[in-house]
Design a protein around this ligand. Structure first.
Ligand code: UD1
Length: 430
């Protein structure tokens, strides 16, 4: 298995192009299942999670055409998806266990075909992650749900029916799934306490371009007037705010300066404010964000994750790593997932000073130095936090389990080398 080797201590300086958002692309791909016409997605990131979702769609009958493309001079992919008819209505365990977001096929297939079988994803490194909110909402829309042999079997006679749904929690996944299901339902669906993440707004835009009637975009109340049929569309995926936030920390933790090309400051206000309060200069431009920490002394800032527009849980690990290089203490609290501090034991091996209180809170105290070490993480964002710590550390850090990073960070070494990092991938065969 590949590893990444970093020799720390370089001050990063330059530009990084921010790719299309993985977490927007995954539901957008599944929205294509709602029509028998072609849906084309541009500015798609080149990531193993996208390949995994594509493989799942091919296995159920989707024809996919892939094109190499350029957006603003940067390499990207364009994919065309066409599901004239389904060859299978089953999303098997082998796909779902590799990528939880496979559950996005649930709403669209059920709405179009009246039947779907989806392997339940089960827990993962960061928590139990049940699907009760998705399933309860589909039941409210008239679906019969049964769990048998690890699979959700969902059926509906005729079409799903519009319903007034109040989520007990503003789940990103459930909001996307129910939006897609409701787009083809009979009658009007109202989702209250919907998640407001920008990736959901991107899905609303595509669905409306396909002929759906959805209002309330970017608010916690979404109204979906069901239609009989949706048609094809072409759509450009929004920039990845989590990738942008991760590279913002790369600039800050090395006391460097990086311009994040294509990043949208509007989608990153809470993390950018934390950086500002810590002492980093942030310049918001129309099509980029400049993160400048050259010569700055940073001070610790408390962070509490929350649903959007609160601080994203997907940036918690990276910002926690940054606080190790700040003066004073920072309290980091995770409220979205129950087990998302797996990076802490690895950071301790690099000389970090962190006290964990229960499952949800950690006190991070700045240290004068971090030291390189062999480390590994059990999820995507935690792995990036270790890369960040390695960039700031003295000496060599080897990060293993690189497949986590390949799920969500496109051309990671190339992007970091482009701003002056000493980083390379060590190819290894098992
Ligand atoms: C999505 C993102 C993930 C991000 C998360 C929170 C994708 C592919 N993944 O994950 O990167 O960290 O949003 O911003 O976009 N929950 C339930 N029951 C449910 C659904 C969720 O209890 O039916 C709980 C989960 O266990 C978790 C919390 O709600 O503790 C948040 O989950 P949710 O917002 O659904 O996140 P995901 O869609 O899984």
């Amino acid at each position: 298995m590949d590893k990444i080797k970093i020799t720390g201590g370089k001050v990063l300086n330059g530009e990084i192009y921010i790719s299309g958002a993985k977490n927007a692309a995954l539901p957008l791909i599944c929205a294509s299942l709602l029509t028998d016409e072609t849906v084309t997605l541009t500015n798609m990131p080149i990531l193993s999670d996208i390949r995994a979702m594509n493989a799942l769609l091919v296995s159920i009958g989707t024809q996919i055409d892939e094109f190499d493309d350029f957006v603003d001079g940067h390499p990207t992919k364009t994919y065309s998806y066409r599901t004239k008819e389904f060859s299978s209505l089953i999303a098997p365990y082998d796909y779902v266990r590799k990528m939880r977001a496979s559950y996005y096929v649930l709403g669209p297939i059920l709405a179009r075909e009246g039947h779907v079988e989806l392997s339940l994803p089960g827990g993962c490194a960061i928590g139990a992650r049940p699907m009760d909110i998705h399933l309860a909402a589909l039941e409210q829309m008239g679906a019969r749900i049964e769990i048998k042999n690890g699979y959700v079997h969902a059926d509906v006679d005729g079409r799903l029916k519009g319903a007034h749904i109040i989520f007990r929690f503003a789940s990103v996944g459930a909001t996307c799934n129910i939006l897609m299901a409701a787009a083809l339902a009979e009658g009007t669906t109202i989702i209250e306490n919907a998640a407001k993440e920008p990736e959901i707004g991107d899905l609303v835009d595509l669905l409306n371009d396909m002929g759906a009637k959805i209002s309330g975009k970017d608010t916690s109340v979404l109204t979906i007037e069901g239609v009989d049929k949706l048609h094809g569309a072409r759509h450009k995926v929004i920039a990845d705010r989590i990738e942008a936030g991760s590279y913002a920390v790369a600039a800050a933790i090395t006391r460097g300066r990086i311009e994040l090309i294509n990043a949208r400051a509007a989608n990153l206000q809470t993390p950018l404010n934390i950086l500002r309060n810590a002492g980093v200069l942030i310049q918001e431009k129309e099509n980029s964000i400049v993160v400048d920490a050259v010569g700055r002394t940073l001070t610790g800032q408390d962070i509490m994750t929350d649903v959007y527009p609160g601080f994203p849980t997907d940036l918690q690990a990276q910002f926690l790593a940054l606080m190790l290089t700040a003066e004073g203490a920072a309290m980091v609290t995770e409220t979205i997932f129950e087990n998302r501090f797996m990076h802490i034991p690895e950071l301790l091996r690099m000389g970090a000073n962190i006290n964990v209180h229960g499952h949800a809170s950690a006190i991070v105290r700045g240290v004068s130095k971090l030291y390189g070490a062999p480390v590994m993480a059990t999820d995507l964002r935690a792995s990036f936090a270790l890369i960040l710590a390695g960039l700031a550390a003295e000496g060599e850090t080897i990060v293993s389990r690189v497949y986590h990073l390949d799920r969500g960070y496109e051309r990671l070494e190339e992007k970091l080398r482009g701003v002056g990092a000493d980083i390379e991938r060590i190819k290894e065969t098992d």
